[in-house]
Design a protein around this ligand. Structure first.
Ligand code: SER
Length: 318
């Protein structure tokens, strides 16, 4: 049996995708890779293979795919939007160069690929409410530019070489097990930490900033479901809009306050406000439903209750 390789395995998505994949397909079949390997906690250690891999090194990517007899690649390694503005050149090199190396390895070795795109493909000219699947994409961040390029490149590998590449456009991802790093939607995760640790948080976007968000269990399920969908039923292959919920920063603070009375959120917008303002407020995921049956399970109240429960437990035990 051939194996599954995850790049960026120790980032926000990988931290929760790895255990889900290991549970579903078998621990030893799922190879976790990252440029820097973290110190693994005892419950992660030994649960499956771990390998150091820099996705910008094309030879290393192909070598890893061959050495571990890889059949499926979940390519998660990327620089997010806010950090991307601090180093646009690295963002292009890692996000586009890394994807290209993975697609090439997949073409040569006959692998199937999952690659996440983002709501960052959209820009200020895109319809901001219920943004359709197929619409204007003129992003104003380097991160968004790499995601549009990536969608085009992934579709090219499907049509030109017949490589099975699939993916979704994730909204901001809210998760309890690991912090996002360098994104614009990070405030939605940080707010929970602030609320639980000190009952206060200084939010870097305005209270009335509305963005689409998704909770990690839905996010993981979307990745697994799109990969298990019947390829012949897909018209689109990459960049499916997946919606779950949309709320303002102020609405999130109010929802948290229902559980933690006295929680005080202040708003001090910084340069990330402009990025948030360039993205849609809500997206339409009817196409994902029509082509592979996608439906989110978590809305704002359900996500908030679960997130507070899990994070409170984690913070008290770590
Ligand atoms: N969560 C990402 C970011 O904020 C968007 O894909 O950069």
């Amino acid at each position: 049996m051939r194996n599954i390789l995850v790049t960026g395995a120790f980032g926000q998505l990988g931290t929760e995708l790895i255990p889900a994949l290991r549970k579903r397909y078998g621990g030893q079949r799922v190879v976790a890779s990252g440029r820097h390997l973290p110190q693994l906690s005892p419950d992660q250690d030994g649960s499956g293979p771990v390998v150091s891999l820099d996705v910008t090194n094309s030879a290393a990517v192909l070598e890893t795919v061959r050495e571990y007899r890889v059949e499926v690649i979940y390519h998660l390694a990327a620089i997010l939007s806010a950090r991307g503005e601090a180093s646009p050149e690295d963002t292009w090199r890692i996000n586009v160069g890394g994807l290209r190396n993975v697609l090439e390895a997949a073409r040569i070795a006959g692998c199937k690929v999952f690659w996440p795109s983002s709501i960052a493909v959209f820009g200020p000219d895109t319809p901001a409410e219920r943004t359709p699947q197929d619409t204007l994409m003129r992003p104003t961040t380097m991160y968004g530019i790499t995601k549009v390029t990536g969608e085009l490149l992934a579709d090219y590998y499907v049509s030109r070489f017949g490589v099975d590449v699939r993916g979704v456009r994730y909204p901001g991802v809210i998760s309890s097990e690991s912090l996002p790093g360098g994104g614009t939607t990070d405030y939605a995760v940080e707010m929970f930490y602030g609320a639980l640790r000190s009952k206060q948080y200084s939010c870097f976007v305005r209270a009335n900033t509305v963005l689409p968000m998704i909770y990690m269990p839905d996010c993981i399920r979307a990745a697994i479901e799109i990969m298990e969908a019947d390829f012949s039923q897909l018209t689109h292959h990459n960049g499916f809009n997946v919606a779950a919920m949309s709320f303002s920063a102020g609405e999130l603070a109010a929802e948290i306050e229902k559980h933690l009375p006295g929680f005080a959120c202040e708003y001090e917008p910084d340069e990330r406000q402009a990025i948030a303002d360039s993205w849609p407020r809500s997206i339409d995921d009817q196409v994902a439903f029509d082509e592979w049956g996608w439906r989110a399970e978590y809305d704002l109240p359900k996500m908030t209750a679960d997130m507070l429960k899990r994070l409170a437990h984690r913070l008290s035990t770590h």
